[in-house]
Ligand binder design. Structure first.
Ligand code: HEM
Length: 462
């Protein structure tokens, strides 16, 4: 069959297609996909990236015999801060395999179940805050879910309390992380020939932010070393776990990298998922009502226990549908192991970067039909979800792919279901501004921006 060239917007010498990009690169990529179709190439300075935005093409690049995770993207810049942490480790780097083997058991079903108490502790703090806030004051949704996700991760994984619900501002780690991720994005959009001295202030801040994150991680480790406990959590797995394959433990440096990685990877994404979910439910009263009914049917006024958690299939469907429409990580990237042909006609060279554009592919009408843009949790009930994945493999990829897929998925899922159930049991929610139009804030992850809601107690707190 005939090979055809991959479409590409016209660019300029030196900067290529950098001119297409604003501070909302994900929105820019979707706009280009609308113009150029399910596969196109952009040139970012000296780097070339191929974007795919259909289920058929993403299904091909999920084949781990043909493609592996790439760091020739913004993740390569993130790597300057967190080095060989799981998220930014090279696929063939020995420290990836070692940490993956040591840490995977800490995310097994029993471990996650064991985290219920700590998750409940932080979710209760959130509910107390909302209750005291009163029914008229706006809740800054993304901020309060960031508090939830950060504190939950740190408590469950490291027995460390950020106490974010007890302070007006956020812990310095959050500001440092935000600054770090934003700068990673800026550097990605900076032409390679731009002289470094122009960016001295930004470079100094970048180094300072990394230092602040390291300091937080070291505090966590010190606090554990000073107060040894027999807790079986992620940190204890990091400190004492032995890799069955090599007989080795993780180095102190690697532990620092992992802790920062988990703090970053584990909270922005979950917070974004909950924020978009509340936005979508408040825009869709019938679906909101169904969540309410499920929570009332399962819990009534009883206090939630770990055994309730698998009794919320409708909430699970809502979360899946929310991640479909608004994946908090909008794309993931792989590169070709060898020269290969995509879609029967596009030549991909060994080492070429191909990004799965989830915010486009999750709207593929071939998979999701003509109403793909609409919020319809029914298509994501357990049965329908299984059927979809059978008919269209790799049609729903918010947690990435294969061996480099999200290690924290069961953690995020339990945390989100617990939070949703407790919030709906105790509160009625409304939009603070009924005319709010969705704005999206992009760092490495996506979140609703300036989205506020109100919460009024339905009865005394349960
Ligand atoms: C990897 C999404 C929650 C830790 C990933 C990847 C995605 C993702 C797309 C693959 C990235 C790539 O291919 O480059 C999400 C979403 C979450 C979530 C949407 C919440 C809704 C979490 C949580 C944790 C976590 C709670 C930690 C407890 C990680 C780590 C990796 C990862 C360590 C790297 C795995 C590896 O390469 O070995 N996540 N994540 N994530 N995630 Fe998550």
């Amino acid at each position: 069959s005939e090979l055809v060239p991959i479409p590409q917007p016209r660019g300029l010498p030196l900067i290529g297609n950098l001119g297409e990009f604003t501070t909302s690169p994900m929105a820019d990529l979707v706009r280009l996909a609308d113009i150029y179709g399910p596969i196109y190439r952009v040139q970012l300075g000296s780097k070339s990236i191929i974007l795919v935005g259909s289920n058929a093409l993403i299904n091909e690049i999920c084949n781990e015999k043909r493609f592996h995770k790439s760091l020739k993207t913004v993740l390569g810049i993130v790597r300057e801060g967190v080095h060989d942490g799981l998220f930014t480790a090279y696929d063939d780097e020995p420290n990836w395999g070692k940490a993956h083997r040591i840490l995977t058991p800490a995310f097994g079903p029993l471990s996650i179940r064991g985290m219920f108490g700590d998750m409940h502790d932080i979710a209760t703090q959130m509910c107390m805050k909302f209750a005291r806030h009163g029914p008229h004051n706006p809740i800054h949704v993304a901020e309060d879910f960031t508090r939830l996700a950060l504190d939950t991760l740190a408590l469950c994984a490291m027995d460390f309390r950020f106490n974010s619900y007890y302070r007006e501002d956020m812990h310095p780690f959050v500001a440092a992380m935000g600054g770090f991720l934003t700068e990673c994005g800026n550097r990605q959009r900076r032409p390679a020939f731009a002289p470094n001295f122009l960016f001295r202030a930004a470079n100094d801040q970048f180094a300072a932010d990394i230092a602040t994150m390291k300091q937080t991680a070291d505090e966590v480790v010190d606090s554990r070393k000073k107060n040894p406990s027999d807790r079986k959590d992620l940190l204890s797995a990091m400190l004492s776990g032995v890799d069955p394959q090599t007989g080795e433990k993780l180095s102190d440096e690697n532990i620092t990298n992992q802790l920062i990685t988990f703090l970053i990877a584990g909270h922005e994404t979950t917070s974004g998922m909950l924020s978009f979910t509340f936005y979508l439910l408040l825009k869709h009263p019938a679906e909101y009502q169904k969540v309410q009914e499920e929570v009332d049917r399962v819990l009534g006024r009883d206090a939630i226990t770990v055994d309730h958690l698998n009794k919320f299939p409708y909430i699970a469907a809502v979360l899946r549908e929310s991640l479909r429409l608004r994946s908090t990580i909008g794309a993931f990237s792989v590169e070709a192991n060898d020269d290969t042909v995509l879609g029967g006609k596009y030549l991909i060279r060994k080492g070429d970067v191909v990004s799965a554009l989830l915010c486009k592919a999750h709207l593929d009408p071939v998979v999701y039909g003509e109403d793909a843009n609409e919020f319809k949790p029914e298509r994501m009930t357990d049965d329908n979800f299984a059927r979809l994945n059978e008919e269209f493999p790799n049609c729903w990829k918010p947690f990435g792919n294969g061996k480099r897929g999200c290690i924290g998925r069961p953690f995020a899922w339990q945390e989100a279901i617990l939070a949703m159930a407790m919030l709906f049991q105790n509160f009625n929610f409304t939009m603070h501004d009924p005319n709010y139009q969705l704005q999206i804030k992009e760092t490495l992850t996506l979140k609703p921006d300036n989205f506020e809601m109100r919460a009024s107690l339905r009865h005394g707190m349960t």
